[in-house]
Design a protein around this ligand. Structure first.
Ligand code: CTP
Length: 397
């Protein structure tokens, strides 16, 4: 949502990774941004303006002297109205030029003329990146507030392996969103989010778990990051990509979740407990795989896990979730009171479009004063922002 309506300048320079910039332009456009691409002359050897024009539906800048785009004056105007500049991929040459303020192409001129934040995603040969000249240029730019994302280690176009690969489009997007969120309403706050299920081992081959996908927790962590927060995400086993700029702590069992949260909450401002810890765990974990035997039935002894949320207290805002299949408001209200919460997010897990696994959610927000707010069916990203909208109004206890 943070990219909706934002004017982003995407500078593409002459690296073989330039083709990946088309995917980035597409993802930015799909996220609602207005994307203005500037191609350096070298970039045009690798990819054409038509590719970017077709994706962004905006004119593509290819040189200082394009009368149809208003020439040099137009580029300065673009620099002044941009919300952010992203240069991906940035070659060693581009990094050097930018560090020294060269403006012999529209990208250099735009970066000089803009007051918008600048993000650079380098891609080059590993030795070029490690060269003291490049490293000094990177540090110089960083000292002026320019941000870098990557490069990553991996296989390079030369066939060698090293540090120089362009970061994935999702990573660059994450870094951009975090950069745009600087100074947001959560700036200076530390938000801890728990996500996903827990796994309670039975033996080396088996465990007890539940259907939590972690999507709601990841959406909350991402939204808090995009609003300027420092975010710690404590997550059970999930099949979701990690989030740029979010500190992740991976846990397996409810007891591990409890220990990780106790540690993470020191000095934190908000806890949002969207994880689904198992309420019970096997009383004993078998060191060996349990064999079938001749009996037709077997039983497993379970013991109760601690109520993690109820047991955590301190000078922070506490938010819980309530997964209910009946008497939603009443049951959620009881959990709000019993667990000492400031806010509870209640959802009916029997509705097909909300709750486990899906990308949408329909929830009720009930606060400690008893106010009930019913949200319509929203994406989990939208629900996350609505929860954060609510919390920002709470004062510290
Ligand atoms: N929770 C917790 N520790 C547990 C179980 C749940 O901290 N052992 C948290 C969940 O993360 C959630 C809230 O408590 O924020 C409510 O979880 P939910 O599963 O809805 O309820 P339970 O407390 O487990 O109660 P019940 O299963 O009886 O509905």
């Amino acid at each position: 949502m943070i990219l909706e309506g934002k004017r982003i300048i995407l500078g593409v320079t002459g690296s073989i990774a330039a083709y990946k910039a088309a995917d980035l332009a597409s993802k930015l456009t799909q996220a609602g941004a207005e994307v203005h691409v500037i191609l350096t002359p070298a970039a045009q050897q690798f990819i054409t303006p038509l590719t970017f024009h077709s994706i962004t539906h905006q004119p593509v800048v290819t040189g200082w002297w394009q009368p149809e785009n208003g020439g040099a004056i137009q580029h300065v105007a673009l620099a002044e109205t941009a919300d952010a500049v992203v240069i991906a991929p940035a070659t060693a040459d581009a990094v050097a030029k930018l560090a020294h303020g060269l403006a012999d192409d529209p990208l250099g001129g735009t970066v000089l003329a803009t007051r918008a934040p600048v993000l650079i995603a380098p891609a080059m040969d590993a030795h070029m990146y490690e060269n003291p000249a490049t490293q000094a240029n990177v540090r110089l730019l960083e000292s002026r507030g320019v941000r870098f994302v990557g490069p990553e280690a991996g296989r390079l176009a030369s066939g060698l392996t090293g540090l120089g690969r362009l970061s994935a489009a999702e990573t660059i997007l994450g870094a951009l969103r975090q950069m745009l969120g600087r100074g947001g309403d959560y700036e200076g706050k530390t938000v801890v989010v728990s996500a996903g299920p827990t796994e309670e081992p039975i033996d080396p081959a088996r465990h007890i778990t539940n259907r939590s996908s972690g999507k709601m927790g990841f959406a909350l962590a991402e939204a808090a990051r995009d609003r300027g927060a420092r975010v710690v995400l404590v997550t059970g086993p999930v099949a979701l990509a990690s989030l740029y700029g979010v500190a992740v702590v991976r846990i397996r069992t409810a007891l591990e979740l409890q220990a990780a949260l106790a540690k993470a909450m020191a000095g934190s401002d908000i806890l949002i407990m969207s994880a689904a810890p198992a309420d019970f765990r096997p009383a004993a974990v078998s060191a060996q795989k349990i064999k079938k035997g001749p009996e037709d039935a077997m039983s497993l002894d379970l013991i109760k896990n601690p109520d993690i949320l109820a047991g955590l207290s301190g000078d922070f805002i506490k938010v819980g979730f309530a997964a209910e299949s009946q008497e939603l408001v009443q049951n959620a209200g009881i959990k709000l009171r019993d667990k000492g919460l400031d806010l509870i997010v209640a959802n009916d897990i029997t509705a097909p479009d909300s709750g486990f696994g899906v990308d949408t959610n329909r929830v009720l927000l009930i606060d400690r004063e008893g106010t009930v707010e019913a949200l319509p069916l929203l994406t989990k990203a939208e629900v996350a922002n609505r929860i954060l909208d609510r919390l920002v109004r709470f004062s510290h206890r």
